[in-house]
Design a protein around this ligand. Sequence first.
Ligand code: AMP
Length: 314
Amino acid sequence: MFCFSKMHLCTIMSLLVIGSVAFDAIETPFGKTDKIIGGAASYITLSSSYFTKSINLVAVVGEDFPEAYISKLKDHGINTEGLQIKKGEKSFFWSGRYHNDMNSRETLVTELNVLGTFDPIIPESYQNCDYLMLGNLAPSVQSTVINRLKNRPKLIVMDTMNFWMDIALEDLKHTISMVDVLTINDEEARQLSGEYSLVKAARSIMAMGPKYLIIKKGEHGALLFGENEIFSAPALPLEEVFDPTGAGDTFAGGFIGYLAQTGDISFSNMKKAIIYGSAMASFCVEKFGSDNLIDLSQQTIDSRVQQFRNLSSF
Ligand code: AMP
């Protein structure tokens, strides 16, 4: 896709995002929410919308999903042509509880509802995307999306979780073999590889196919593994963490959004992208749900990235 900007010809890197759009109920030591809007793709698209304005969403919700929230996504420039609304059906529902350290959580409820039969239809206008972000979903749905694209995107990033390791391990390994970058948390990396050392876990997971692996460690930051390189990004020590839900997705949205904005998928640019992703995640956890991702300014994001620079430069 091309545009004229400031009299120059520029290329807009389009980003295709799939993932859950959901209702969440969350319990943390600081409070409890009833059904609020969540889902991996909600966090990913909101976060990446601060970096690129060409975002196409493929997801599914039920008839119970509020139109006002879909409008909010549209206000952020997100194309919702690929968002299916299933008449007479219920949206995906997830409920989780965080423990006192906020780094570990248990899933209380997973009701797949519309996700149980999700057939991801890719609108023709979404074809030829440059970047593909496979947010958390059944791995068979994630691979179907890859197979339905006429051309392979420049970069495919995939996120997943322990739920799919428990019930769809073979599908998951197959999808992992198709992507360039996998993002998972430390506990999941250990479960998937059977290795306790994260370095050994990374080696074993990268042998499944991805060229790059990002291991998220919650309040301890994130590790990026490349062919022969490792980069460690800190997490910002925050005074108040209210709700870590969606932090991983917000991180992924900032990561791929920054790559799409800069058009550079080298390891050294991925290091920067990880810092932008971490900065976005730090906003996410400061409030319940995705509230803190609705109205950020460029200046607020830039000054948070500067805080990350100051944190570990010596
Ligand atoms: P995160 O905290 O980044 O791991 O993601 C939390 C989001 O993932 C919540 O908003 C949930 O709606 C969503 N989620 C939880 N379980 C699943 C699942 N099995 N499939 C898809 N999305 C899920």
